[in-house]
Design a protein around this ligand. Sequence first.
Ligand SMILES: Cc1cc2nc3c(=O)[nH]c(=O)nc-3n(C[C@H](O)[C@H](O)[C@H](O)COP(=O)(O)OP(=O)(O)OC[C@H]3O[C@@H](n4cnc5c(N)ncnc54)[C@H](O)[C@@H]3O)c2cc1C
Length: 354
Amino acid sequence: MKFTMRCRDLPRRSPGKTVAVIGAGPAGLAAAGHLACMGHSVEVYDMLPEPGGLLLFGIPSFRIPRENVRVGVKELLEMGVRFHVRTLVYCDGHMPEMEGVNMAERVVDFRDIVKSHDAVLIATGTWRSRHLEVPGAELPGVYLALDYLFRIYAHELGYLPGSAVYPTGRRVAVIGGGLTAIDAALEARMQGATDVYVLYRRTANEAPAGKANIERELVRRGVHFVELVSPIGFVGDSRLRAVRLVRMRLGERDASGRPRPEPVPGSEHELEVDTSLVAIGEEPTPPFSNGCTGIALNGDKTVNVDGRFRTTMRGVFAAGDVVHGPSMIGKAMSTGINVALAIDEYLTSGSWRA
Ligand SMILES: Cc1cc2nc3c(=O)[nH]c(=O)nc-3n(C[C@H](O)[C@H](O)[C@H](O)COP(=O)(O)OP(=O)(O)OC[C@H]3O[C@@H](n4cnc5c(N)ncnc54)[C@H](O)[C@@H]3O)c2cc1C
């Protein structure tokens, strides 16, 4: 995977300036590559033990071969990009709640990073899974899908022991309709599950993963995609035994433009499963909580940027999923390239005016 696609067209600055990139996913890596192409000195910080972000630690390797990511990172190393892995950047004095954070061995204060570089890029993605707040959600056997996937891939990559991987069981219910739900369902099959159900409260037409993806990736591979059901609880004594569901019907359109799912009274029922994987969305995880740095966040916790990826703090930029919410690799990489151009413009002009 190349993180330097547009290098040949870019000007080379001499002497370059220093840029810190926080987050080594596709957005941060594409930005690092293009900044290095332009002669800037780039330091990349990531809480995980290896650069790649979700490309390595969230997406199955049959979709994104790990070797391709490693070849791209090697090219960045050869260009002089420096990586600080297992390094969490934060500024609140406490560890944030997010997947993968336990892999960090040190914490660097965000404000120190800002002081010691000419520009800073925040590309920290969306590493906090939304929890399902229904009775029984704390039962063993109910897991966050991103956490489930992360543990499998961190183990396959040699960073976690097998004992850290959640047992999959034979019957699995995945809750959600996005890319995480698709990959969790496919991975559960690959881990030995015989019956995998993806439970979604609207229909495939409204699912964020797209109807074509659901048919191609799930239905053809024997996963049951169950439309118009919503979990209202998890049932079991010392461990999950079943997910309790209610049927839904589609009502008026909501603010997102999609028909609002409404419960059908009296339609409650149970689906017996060994494991349930909750994939109802991920939230942005900027390297600070609101107020800690003075950098403005939007209502949905994405970082507030202008048309040139500039945050409300001079010299600090943001790009990738932490700005636009959960998205796609291509979008993260293209914003990574564009933010590199915006950072270079700031570093060469020295101007932060609108
Ligand atoms: C399960 C799953 C499957 C997906 N499948 C696909 C697919 O098939 N095709 C597709 O196009 N897209 C897919 N996506 C979406 C795609 O992976 C993301 O849109 C993309 O990776 C976002 O890139 P990013 O660089 O913004 O963030 P990320 O890839 O999330 O990288 C962010 C990096 O920041 C690091 N980080 C976070 N906080 C800190 C901190 N405080 N300090 C230091 N480091 C930090 C993280 O460790 C991570 O390495 C999938 C997403 C998921 C969750």
